[in-house]
Design a protein around this ligand. Structure first.
Ligand code: SF4
Length: 446
């Protein structure tokens, strides 16, 4: 074997000189490559890929979500033409293995932490001929000691100069099974926890001061494992961090003590999946929210009163939504105390109950995978035409991401910090909304 090359296809590219998020999965897989094997990480968001340097003896591993799969296919076909062995892993390979197999030598179904090492052995022993068509996880991995990021990889990736937001994993999994979400199939139903000392060690060795958790639903741990959360917060409180953010649900509002501890642990913001203000959508939300604006307003107020910010995550286009839902959504956001807002278009991702439904009802549109970015309509809605739903979504986004609304929410977010902390909190107070505006504008050419 000449070398292992791990590739992340382009999504957002560089924004003001850096890519938004680090290639965390690839960093962990690269850390499992034995020291005697050369390994490289190529992130197309950061630089153009030197695909012409690939040749026989190289093992190319590509990770891809559904939205980047067309780019992944282009890279895979080129690498195979150059003589390299090509394996595809990630969410799309896990959820649509048959499609992924059409342009690769191998695919990895599942998390891949064990099968990746088997593939490395197979390729080292017998090149492309040694690669199995499919490597599939049989169990969910215990996170203890799992693929901790090596010093070789930390040096190689240079997160400080290449990325705005380092990613970090502390827990994985979510049992909710919301109709539109892939988490239960990609990360498992059972919540798994990393040992706290390993989390602290990784933060220190990477030298990161700010990070975004990749955890599917970190906030659910407040309810399912409050002791773990308390110990974690005690440990993180001792570190010199600028702030961190995570994905959550509104049940965290019922845990004021943990919220207080999280502030001391430098937790800045919870991205809370409220999903909808339409109570008729509650059956799509896995029991975490009743889809009612009243409860959401109270939860936002409670969480913010503890000094933690709330980014509201909402999904539009459920079968029960009507034109009135968009007005209700805007009224809610306009009058809420949210720090930032993400509003996305319902998307029938492979492997989700919602996709099963629209497929069964013959409502899937013939959309390119690049439109599976939560900003395009990719199915035939129930109470709208496709154009009507697109227009209603555009109307809402233009309201939410107007410069005045972003400034208003950003100032509100910054205002909750003591004056002495405002300098280091200023970036995070505006960057979330700005990032969503940019994503929305980019996808829709405005
Ligand atoms: S609660 Fe969040 S992570 Fe869990 S299934 Fe629902 S959307 Fe997915």
């Amino acid at each position: 074997m000449r070398r292992v090359v791990l590739i992340q296809p382009r999504r957002d590219g560089r924004v003001f000189g850096k890519s938004p998020g680090s290639p965390y999965t690839l960093m962990r897989l690269a850390s499992l490559v034995p020291n005697e094997m050369p390994v490289e990480i190529w992130d197309e968001n950061v630089r153009d890929l030197p695909l012409d340097t690939l040749r026989e003896g190289d093992l190319v591993g590509i990770t891809s979500m559904t939205v980047t799969i067309e780019g992944a296919e282009r890279i895979a076909r080129r690498a195979m033409k150059q003589g390299a062995g090509v394996v595809l892993g990630g969410v799309h390979a896990t959820l649509m293995p048959e499609h992924s197999e059409t342009f690769t030598h191998s695919i990895m179904v599942g998390e891949g932490y064990f099968t990746w090492q088997k593939l490395l052995q197979d390729f080292a022993a017998d090149g492309i001929k040694g690669m199995q068509r499919r490597y599939e996880d049989e169990t969910w991995a215990d996170l203890t000691g799992l693929a901790n990021i090596s010093d070789r990889v930390i040096q190689m990736v240079d997160e400080k100069n290449n990325y705005w937001t380092p990613y970090l994993e502390i827990t994985r999994g979510c049992p909710r099974n919301c109709s539109f979400c892939t988490a239960i199939r990609v990360s498992g139903r059972k919540m798994r926890l990393r040992p706290i000392d390993e989390v602290v060690d990784e933060i220190q060795r990477r030298g990161i001061k700010r990070f975004f958790l990749t955890d599917d639903n970190f906030g659910l741990n407040f309810t399912t494992d409050p002791d773990y959360c308390a110990h974690l917060f005690e440990a993180l409180a001792k570190l010199d961090l600028h702030g961190w953010t995570c994905q959550s649900e509104m049940s965290i509002a019922k845990h004021p003590e943990l919220l207080e501890m999280s502030v001391a642990a430098h937790l800045d913001k919870h991205f809370v999946g409220f999903e909808s203000v339409n109570p008729d959508n509650r059956s799509s939300l896995g029991g975490k929210s009743k889809g009612a604006a009243l409860g959401a307003s109270e939860a936002i107020r409670t969480i913010r009163s503890m000094g933690v910010g709330v980014v509201g995550l909402f999904v539009m286009g459920f079968d029960q939504d009507t034109p009135e839902t968009f007005q209700a959504m805007w009224d809610f956001i306009r009058t809420s105390e949210l720090d930032s807002v993400s509003t996305t278009m319902l998307t029938p991702y492979p492997g989700t109950p919602f996709r099963d439904l629209v497929e069964a009802e013959n409502r899937l549109l013939d959309s390119p995978w690049s439109h599976y970015d939560t900003a395009h309509v990719t199915f035939q809605p129930k109470n709208f035409t496709v154009d009507e739903l697109r227009s209603a979504y555009d109307w809402l986004c233009r309201k939410i991401y107007s410069p005045s609304q972003i400034a208003r929410r950003g100032m509100r977010s910054l205002g909750k910090y003591p004056v002495a902390q405002m300098g280091k909190k200023a970036f995070g107070s505006f960057s979330t909304d700005y990032g969503y505006r940019r994503t929305y504008a980019f996808r829709n050419d405005i």
